[in-house]
Design a protein around this ligand. Structure first.
Ligand code: CAA
Length: 734
């Protein structure tokens, strides 16, 4: 695996918390990193019109480290002692950020509960002089909790305020479960916590979470004025307010509803609810204690998994030796106006990039343009965009059936049918018609990219840009580098991904790249189980219970069974030793049950069709020579089914690591969550195995399945075995 400068990756710091027993080779670098951070933290203090103005300047986002916390507390204490000071304003010196939350790199599993009154918001609430939080930008998690500990809040309308802690597997632990309900009511407070979505300063003002709104350039003067106007003898602390809580009867209803809403697979949701309930029934002070207890008892694997993912997502774009790309991509040519080409065009247009759509003839071109226009029309009708955005998008769209105008394009993305010769001829044309700096991307999902342009002199500019369907919705962009792709073109791919607001994962060329490659055994194992007597709907249910939006068979219907057959044939061709040659999908296609696009697949219009598919299942089992069931269908637990489908995926992910195809193991976690909707609260495919099972158990389970079935997909690969033997995590990248 290529080495990278991981000193820049905070994922490493968190990794240490996730895998405390792993002798992590980068630990010294992490320590240096936090030292540098400590030096950068600057909290300034000045007195302006008898108001102490405390400015936090801890780059990049004012995450509250223990150092920043004590610096703020010191300055507040100084202000309380300063006889020239009547009030305090707490604000940020970093544009765009008030505070992004507690410093996640400092998170460690708690060994004991702490005194909640020592938390920063409680300290601020204990100030004898009024403190006004002046918010301009992100004010999240511990940031909002800090602001709620202040006596009052001023914000700019576009600030973003929220409590996203549940997304990290923890609960708001600095009094957020107590003060937010008391400021805006339980219903809205729980909504903010459970959706994890921030609200604007304007909405926060409407909810009375923020006392005053103002523009950025008036923030300080407004905060000073408000601070001077507060009479502390009349002030009621946020923690003790009663006036905004709902009535007893309303609360009963709200809690009954919330009981049904919380997801048992994400225990932090129930714990947040427990803390809120405790505070509402027993009062804010006791509520703080309950919150601390719930925080202490958070489900540690879920927290580890989610925090791992937070840093993993931010690490994917850090690729060694890739130069900065200082240009913007302003124009993209899309070859092929079908589902994928159309989706890519829409993604570009939505982000202000000009699109030239090319088709082979006028009829196809008109159809492609029409589909794109209809998508924007529907967005306009549903008020997802306004007229100005609609006009801008369509003005940026042109169509052609020749290569006229391609000379000036910044980037071209080919999205024609998956036929090697067709793709080869497109790239031959592109090498003639595009300028020498143009990025030449292919959206193939299965074809070896090296083979597409083996004889062209523009090979260094050819890159895989694999979008996931629907391309304008799915958040992942797989960027595939061949042995010839230059670092500059990788930089350009990363830039395109940024402009399209997608998360990139860079992977070296191989059949299936990262996502299709690691997930090909998933479909295989599902077919294997059906042939051994487990019903597709039972399998779908188990995977849904695991946290996937839909199970593998329902997913096949959505993607299209003909597409599925084509993809699995290509994967079977490349990885025949560990592919399961099940016939069910082909039998379905032969029966014209192609999935949702024709209204019939494993399901009929999304509804089960037990009778309709019974004979087809039997036919598949016959073709497989009616293998002996592993056990009685009723004896399979959800966990059995989940492991049979997912452990081979972990195994394949480990092979991808073994073959050095990704820059860091955690890229596969991000790819699985963003490309396959693997449940994020499980941390991604490799983190799931690491955190919830461990390398050794993963190895043993796979080995047992291999011994029982003789199927190669279950045979643990070398990398996995090495990790298990050496008691290392799978994320260690041995
Ligand atoms: N702690 C430590 N580092 C953080 C951080 C945090 N709370 N928030 C962001 N960072 C780091 C990121 O890891 C990233 O570091 P690198 O450059 O080394 O990769 C850097 O700050 C910039 O972050 P982004 O790339 O995410 O920047 P952005 O502008 O795209 O997004 C943001 C900004 C919306 C604030 C986003 O960073 C974010 O959502 N941050 C986390 C917010 C959050 O979850 N807060 C709750 C924290 S937990 C808490 O507060 C517990 C509690 O109850 C007290």
């Amino acid at each position: 695996m290529q080495t990278i400068d991981r000193s820049k990756s905070r994922a490493d710091v968190v990794f240490k918390h996730i895998h405390p027993n792993v002798d992590h080779k980068l630990e010294p670098t992490s320590i240096q990193h936090s030292d540098v951070k400590a030096q950068e933290e600057v909290v300034t203090y000045e007195v302006n019109k008898q108001v102490a103005v405390i400015r936090m300047g801890s780059k990049p986002v004012n995450a509250v480290s223990s150092h920043l916390k004590s610096s703020i507390e010191e300055k507040v204490s100084e202000a309380n002692k300063d006889t020239n000071v009547k009030a305090i304003v707490l604000m940020s010196a970093i544009p765009g950020f008030f505070i992004a939350g507690a410093d996640i790199t400092e998170f460690k599993p708690k060994t004991k509960t702490e005194d909640p009154t020592t938390r920063l918001p409680s300290r601020l609430e204990g100030s004898t002089k009024p403190i006004v939080a002046a918010i301009d930008g992100f004010c999240l998690g511990g940031g909002l909790e800090t602001a709620m500990g202040c006596t009052a809040r001023v914000a700019t309308p576009n600030s973003r305020l929220g409590l996203p802690e549940l997304n990290l597997g923890i609960i708001p632990g600095w009094g957020g479960t107590q003060r937010l309900p008391r400021l805006i009511g339980v219903k809205k407070a729980m909504e903010l916590m459970l959706t994890m979505k921030p609200i604007s300063g304007k909405e926060a003002h409407d909810l009375k979470l923020v006392d005053q709104l103002c523009e950025s350039n008036q923030l300080l003067s407004t905060a000073i004025q408000l601070a001077l106007s507060i009479d502390m003898s009349k002030n009621i602390k946020s923690l003790h307010r009663q006036d905004r809580l709902e009535s007893k009867a309303e609360l009963e209803q709200i809690f009954a509803h919330l009981e049904k809403m919380v997801d048992p697979r994400q225990p932090q949701q129930r714990q947040a609810l427990n803390a809120v309930k405790a505070g509402v029934t027993r009062g804010g002070d006791e509520g703080l204690v309950a919150e601390e207890e719930e925080s202490f008892n958070v489900h540690k694997p879920t927290a580890k998994a989610l925090q791992h993912l937070f840093f993993a997502e931010r690490a994917t774009s850090k690729i060694p030796n890739v130069p900065a790309y200082n240009k913007k991509i302003n124009s993209v040519g899309v070859i092929g106006g079908g589902t994928m080409g159309g989706g890519i065009a829409i993604a570009c247009l939505e982000n202000g990039i000009k699109v030239t759509l090319k088709e082979v003839n006028q009829k196809f071109l008109d159809a492609g343009l029409e589909r794109i226009k209809n998508t924007f029309k529907s967005k306009l009708e549903r008020k997802r965009i306004n007229q100005k955005q609609f006009d801008a998008a369509l003005n940026n769209l042109t169509g052609t059936i020749s290569y006229e105008g391609f000379q000036t394009l910044d980037c071209v993305i080919e999205a024609v049918l998956e036929i090697v010769d067709l793709k080869k001829s497109v790239f031959k044309d592109l090498s003639k018609h595009c300028n020498k700096e143009c990025i030449l991307g292919t959206n193939t999902s299965t074809i070896d990219i090296e083979s597409i342009a083996s004889d062209l002199d523009c090979r260094d500019r050819i890159i895989g840009l694999h979008f996931f369907s629907p391309a304008n919705v799915m958040p992942l962009l797989e960027i595939i580098r061949t042995s010839h792709t230059s670092n500059e073109i990788i930089a350009a791919g990363l830039q395109l991904s940024k402009q399209l607001r997608k998360t990139p994962v860079v992977v070296k060329n191989c059949v299936g790249f990262a996502v299709n490659r690691i997930f090909f055994p998933y479909g295989g194992a599902a077919g294997f189980l059906v042939d051994r007597g487990v019903h597709p709907y039972r399998i779908d249910k188990a995977l849904k219970n695991f946290g996937f939006g839909v199970g593998p068979f329902r997913m096949s219907d959505i993607v299209g069974l003909d597409v599925g057959v084509m993809t699995s044939n290509s994967m079977k061709g490349a990885y025949s030793d560990r592919a399961y040659d099940g016939q069910l999908k082909q039998i379905m296609v032969d029966q014209k049950r192609l999935g949702d696009k024709v209204g019939r697949g494993y399901y009929i219009k999304g509804k089960p069709d037990e009778e309709g598919i019974a004979d087809l299942i039997k036919a598949s089992q016959n073709r497989a020579n009616n293998p002996k069931p592993l056990k009685n269908q009723n004896e399979f637990t959800d966990a059995d089914i989940q492991e049979i489908l997912l452990l081979p995926v972990v195994n394949e992910a480990c092979r991808v690591v073994q073959e050095n195809l990704v820059y860091r193991v955690s890229d596969l976690d991000v790819a699985s969550v963003m490309g396959m909707n693997f449940p994020r609260f499980r941390g991604g495919i490799v983190a799931w195995a690491d955190v919830f099972l461990g390398a050794k158990k993963t190895f043993e389970k796979l080995d047992r399945l291999y011994q029982e079935t003789g199927m190669e997909m279950f045979k643990p690969c070398e990398y996995l075995k090495k990790c298990a033997d050496n008691n290392k995590s799978l994320e260690s990248g041995l």
